[in-house]
Design a protein around this ligand. Structure first.
Ligand code: HEC
Length: 162
């Protein structure tokens, strides 16, 4: 089953590659370069190594999801036979939290916020204390919070909810 799937995907990728090679680049010379992934490039490498042996990254890279949904996906992929050592798991988790996870500043756990917002644990703990008294309303308010990197949260703004 696994081998069959891999072969089928390989054939499919061949078709996609052939069709994309027929002039997409010439037709759109001004396309901006792809945005670099957030975080340690080795996390991105680990994600590619762990997640793209059965299907391409296009299967999941275009659609950010909440963390509970990603953990369901990881569990299902493990049942499909996905393999990873502890270092790779840590890196994949970090990669998904930094690049593909939607968080809510007023609801998500401190652990999720720490990685997704790129803040130290005392800062994510302070965010949790603060939101109990008064919810955060927008990105500007988050960016002004002590310990938050305004440029970083601006880059990740599309995945940050209030
Ligand atoms: C051992 C093979 C294998 C590996 C490795 C693998 N997948 Fe999958 N994946 C599958 C199969 C088979 C399906 C189709 C069946 C399904 O949806 O469960 C699939 C489907 C999916 C889907 C579409 C279904 C959905 O829930 O939207 C997503 C997303 C996905 N994989 C993400 C991942 C991610 C993220 C990783 C790495 C953490 C990964 N996969 C690694 C085999 C694999």
């Amino acid at each position: 089953m696994k081998k069959g799937l891999a072969l089928w995907l390989l054939a499919f990728a061949g078709v996609l590659f052939a069709s994309s090679a027929t002039g997409t680049i010439a037709a759109n010379p001004a396309a901006p370069p792809a945005t670099a992934p957030e975080g340690d490039p080795e996390n991105h490498e680990a994600m590619l190594a762990v997640c793209t042996s059965c299907h391409g990254a296009a299967m999941f890279s275009a659609e950010p999801r909440g963390w509970a949904r990603w953990t369901d996906v990881f569990a299902r992929m493990t049942r499909h036979g996905m393999e990873a050592n502890q270092d790779q798991i840590d890196r994949v988790v970090t990669y998904f939290l930094e690049n593909l996870t939607v968080v809510n500043v007023n609801n998500s756990s401190a652990d999720e916020l720490s990685v997704a917002l790129g803040v130290d644990e005392p800062v994510s703990a302070a965010i949790v204390v603060r939101r109990k008294h008064r919810k955060f309303t927008d990105l500007a308010e988050l960016a002004a919070f002590p310990g938050v990197d305004a440029a970083l949260v601006a880059r990740r703004a599309a995945r940050i909810r209030f």
